[in-house]
Ligand binder design. Structure first.
Ligand code: GDP
Length: 140
């Protein structure tokens, strides 16, 4: 399997509860390396642009409000098959359906406040990494 990079976001519900380090430990224990990381407060414009793919969905406004409600930690994770691996480590979108041992099972509150975002394809990973990081910010 090829070494890949994926964009991860530790969301406002998780930063509010001060569990960034615990979530990072799950990524590292799962075989991923954090090769870039920054704590930021997203603007409304940034959140709208990042989630533009969901613009037609009923929860889009709520999602943008939530993602701008507090700081997030944006990060690039690297490893063998990192995009799919990170989705496994994250667990299902709704924490109620997430497997034991996943980030969302351990730290997600509900279908919206679900602790983490992770890119879902190589194409989106490239777009989402470039949204937050310059090449020189990523040190593998
Ligand atoms: P993901 O790839 O597992 O993050 O899931 P999606 O791409 O389907 O959704 C993006 C994000 O929108 C999720 O991580 C949630 O924060 C939020 N979301 C998804 N479904 C719902 C929903 O039914 N209601 C609300 N309020 N938020 C949702």
């Amino acid at each position: 399997m090829a070494v890949e990079r994926t964009l991860s976001i530790i969301k406002p519900d998780a930063t509010a509860r001060n569990v960034t380090g615990k979530i990072n430990a799950l990524f590292e224990d799962g075989g991923l390396r954090i090769v870039a990381q920054r704590r930021v407060r997203l603007t409304q414009e940034q959140a709208e642009k990042f989630y533009a793919v969901h613009a037609e969905r009923a929860f889009y406004g709520e999602l943008v409000d939530y993602m701008t409600s507090g700081p997030v930690v944006v990060q690039v994770l690297e490893g063998e098959g990192a995009i799919a691996r990170n989705r496994e480590i994250m667990g299902a979108t709704n924490p109620a359906n997430a497997d034991e041992g996943t980030v969302r099972k351990a730290f997600g509150l509900n279908v919206q406040e679900n602790a983490v975002h992770g890119s879902d394809s190589p194409e989106n990973a490239a777009i989402e990494i470039a949204f937050f990081f310059a090449g020189c910010d990523i040190v593998g």
